[in-house]
Design a protein around this ligand. Structure first.
Ligand SMILES: Cc1ncc(COP(=O)(O)O)c(C=O)c1O
Length: 405
């Protein structure tokens, strides 16, 4: 079967964060914030969900579950989900885990909040590299603990690498208790090499820290690359927790379901005891995620090829029209992390500039990515290429106009 990623699907009127929530999320504003563009005129390249339809196999599985007509309290009791998910992990990453280690959460964000609450005491600290996904900072803020950031290094081609000396310095802080590791990394798109992961693991082990490996982006890699779970590098380390979900990969973040693999039994029990959803799951979400792992390998394969094409398009576009921008095609994610500062040295608030001057919604900078992100924009490329083309042309034209002003 061939899937069609060029189809443009109307999302307005579906309560989508992507279409209706940008004022609050990007601009911390309400309806009073107006732009020279109507809401429906924006090209939306911001929040990390996709403009592509969820695979038909998943929609069918949800319909089948709806046909059972009763949606009472539900947990995951049978082995079917575990078999599907662990089979996916074994086949794709050469890694698996015992069933009893697997618990669930409505999302990785709530799991992070709850795990930090269990693992990090009032005067202890969390360590994470920057730039970082904003909710890693919010996890620390929610728990009123300090976040120690370790800036990644950037080479001339715009590729991010770990500053191991700095990372070790932060991990050696006597108050450091937990590392939140993003694998692959949002927003840089790095797929950490085995060597990099081994060095990170050695530092975590040396200081006996807890580590949460957030692997939500682990399926969306460029063709030819493969994901290495941190758990595979640290097979016997008890203080390791892995977070995964089919939500990003198959565009179903709104179904609120994620996999949390907790090795340590006491921590797992505490996580379940403190779970405010007390272990219940949405039965339609379970059906969807199971179908994803059982039936959607080929859809993912075709998605990856399409995304590779989108990245090639943006790389070529920037090389031709905005050669000062620093951008290397990421190894993972559908997000382009672009240093646009050389093109707009005098612009402080990049999302505001592009919303007002180009009619493009995007994220960027320190306020959304914790730190080490000044001058960067993040472009979501999980959409039909025709929309990306319009977005890139608007970005280019706004920069050209600004240069002439
Ligand atoms: C690194 C990372 N973790 C977690 C999330 C969100 O996870 P969830 O929707 O399961 O709460 C995102 C979403 O963009 C992300 O990029």
């Amino acid at each position: 079967m061939t899937y069609h990623f060029d189809e443009i699907i109307e999302r307005r009127g579906t309560n989508a964060l992507n279409t209706d929530g940008f004022r609050g999320y990007i601009f911390h504003a309400g309806p009073e914030k107006v732009f020279p563009f109507k809401d429906e005129e924006f090209v939306r390249m911001w929040v990390a969900d996709m403009e592509f339809a969820t695979p038909p196999e998943i929609c069918e599985a949800m319909k089948d579950r709806i046909d059972r007509r009763i949606f009472g309290y539900s947990c995951v009791y049978t082995d079917d989900y575990y078999k599907a998910f662990s089979g996916w992990c074994r086949e794709r990453y050469g890694w698996s885990f015992p069933r009893e280690e697997l618990v669930f959460s409505p999302g990785i964000i709530p799991a992070l909040y709850q795990l930090a609450e269990i693992l990090v005491g009032p005067d202890e600290k969390i360590v994470t590299p920057t730039p970082a996904y904003g909710y890693f900072l919010h996890t620390a803020e929610y728990n009123r603990v300090e976040l120690l950031t370790s800036p990644l290094k950037i080479d001339a081609e715009g590729r991010f690498t770990i500053d191991f000396e700095d990372f070790e310095r932060k991990c050696s802080d006597p108050k450091a208790k937990l590392v939140i590791w993003c694998n692959p990394h949002n927003p840089s798109g790095r797929v950490w090499t085995e060597e990099e992961l081994r060095k990170v693991a050695a530092i975590i082990r040396k200081y006996q820290l807890w580590v949460i490996s957030d692997e939500i982006h682990c399926d969306i890699l460029r063709q030819g690359l493969s994901h290495i779970p941190l758990a595979k590098i640290m097979p016997n380390y008890p203080k390791l927790i892995t977070c995964m979900s089919a939500s990003k990969t198959f565009n179903m973040a709104g179904l609120m379901f994620s996999d949390i693999i907790i090795r340590d039994e006491t921590t797992r029990r505490e996580f379940c005891d403190r779970d405010k959803t007390v272990g219940f799951v949405n039965p339609i979400s379970v059906a969807a995620h199971q179908a994803a792992y059982e039936s959607c390998g080929e859809w993912l394969n075709q998605l990856r090829t399409y995304l590779d094409g989108n990245f090639r398009y943006v790389k070529d576009f920037l090389t031709e029209y905005l050669p000062e921008a620093v951008f290397s095609v990421p190894e993972a994610t559908y997000l382009a992390w672009v240093n646009i500062a050389p093109c707009l040295p005098d612009v402080e608030d990049l999302p505001d500039f592009f919303a007002n001057e180009a009619g493009v919604l995007l994220e960027g900078g320190d306020s959304l990515f914790v730190g080490n992100a000044k001058g960067y924009i993040r472009l979501n490329l999980a959409m039909p290429r025709s929309i990306i083309q319009t977005g890139m042309e608007r970005i280019r034209d706004a920069i050209y106009r600004h240069g002439k002003a």
